[in-house]
Design a protein around this ligand. Structure first.
Ligand code: NAD
Length: 316
């Protein structure tokens, strides 16, 4: 990332990819955006449509439908390509199908000489990020999955609503798999700098852990509920991806719950999973290790075991 232009290649111009692209444009988060899709006509149409909105934005982004050779000098290759879940389908059903898709994408990206950061949104995202790292052979710090960043945003939004407090003043994370085994370590959740558990005790029953557990369940199934209502989820993840992009381009050292390869943290190895990470221009600089209690640690191990088994079952 030595040049001044912030260049992103987006592969997959479906609902998620284009929500990401639209948010990039509106937040002026990059200078050059290349769109690639197996359906070239679609990528071209999307580039035209976005370009026609440029005059109304504060951005001077260069947007065009391109080729894998355009990845050579890209800073970020974001992958939102692949099949999405059908109503009632789990993220993991998608795994083998999307691995084939990744093979067809990552090989030409690497052949271009790409030397930036991969940002993966395709589900099941933790395993797909691991698959991307394996196929590319890239330093794991530079292959980032969106992980539980969206789940964490949903949690903060819902807790903010519950406590009637600005979600930005609620510090709580969803950790683990972006999926059924994800969990909220309540022992680490804060309102301002006060533990949410203490905040609940102080209210004499107005707020309680039972309600918060219900919120955690709602967060877990929010994606499925949206899919049931409107067939796909895309605005939230599109904006979450822009948040990660901003942390990278701004060299922010922001803490985000993205999916990264653990190497001994939380007593786990060789597994991509959503954990709070310091994200900067180099990708994931470092994993933050929270002081999980024993029960939370068990949940973390369970989630990691599920993801490791899934990854080991993939034919890469
Ligand atoms: P979509 O069907 O609208 O778009 C997928 C796009 O990928 C299509 O344009 C398709 O032509 C393209 N594509 C398929 N195979 C390709 C290939 N080999 N090369 C290039 N392009 C290819 O789906 P969507 O709703 O945008 O979802 C995309 C992915 O994002 C899904 O896997 C979905 O589950 C995932 N998703 C992740 C999160 C998250 O939190 N990480 C949230 C929502 C959706």
């Amino acid at each position: 990332m030595e040049h001044n232009q912030r260049k992103i290649v987006l592969v997959g111009t479906g609902f998620v990819g284009m929500s990401f692209a639209y948010a990039l444009l509106n937040q002026n988060a990059c200078d050059e955006l290349v769109l690639i899709d197996i359906d070239k006509k679609r990528a071209m149409g999307e580039a035209m449509d976005l370009n026609h909105g440029l005059a109304f934005s504060g951005s001077h982004m260069k947007i065009y439908a391109g080729e894998y050779s355009d990845c050579a000098d890209a800073d970020i290759v974001a992958i939102c390509a692949g099949d999405a879940r059908k109503p009632g389908e789990s993220r993991n059903d998608l795994l083998q199908r999307n691995t084939e898709v990744f093979r067809s994408i990552i090989s030409p990206v690497m052949e271009s000489g790409f030397d930036g950061v991969f940002l993966i949104a395709t589900n099941p995202v933790d395993v797909m990020a691991h698959v991307a790292q394996k196929i590319s052979g890239m330093d794991p710090k530079r292959v980032i999955g969106s992980g539980t960043i969206l789940d964490t945003a949903r949690l903060r939004y819902m807790l903010g609503d519950y406590f009637s407090i600005d979600p930005r003043n609620i510090h709580a994370y969803v950790m683990g798999e972006h999926g059924d085994s994800e969990f909220v370590p309540w022992s680490q959740a804060l309102v301002a700098t006060k533990s949410v558990l203490d905040h609940c005790s102080a209210t004499g029953g107005k707020y309680c852990i039972a309600d918060m557990e219900k919120i955690a369940e709602e967060v877990k199934y929010a994606g499925a509920k949206i899919i049931e209502s409107k067939k796909a989820t895309y605005y939230g993840i599109g904006m979450a991806l822009v948040r990660i992009v901003r942390a990278i381009f701004g060299n922010e050292n922001s803490i985000l719950t993205v999916s990264t390869l653990l190497n001994g943290e939380y007593g786990e190895k060789d597994v991509y999973v959503g954990v709070p990470c310091i994200v900067n221009r180099s990708g994931v600089r470092e994993v933050i290790q929270l002081n999980l209690n024993e029960e939370e640690m068990q949940k973390m191990h369970k989630s990691c075991e599920i993801l490791r088994n899934l990854f080991n079952g993939v034919n890469i």
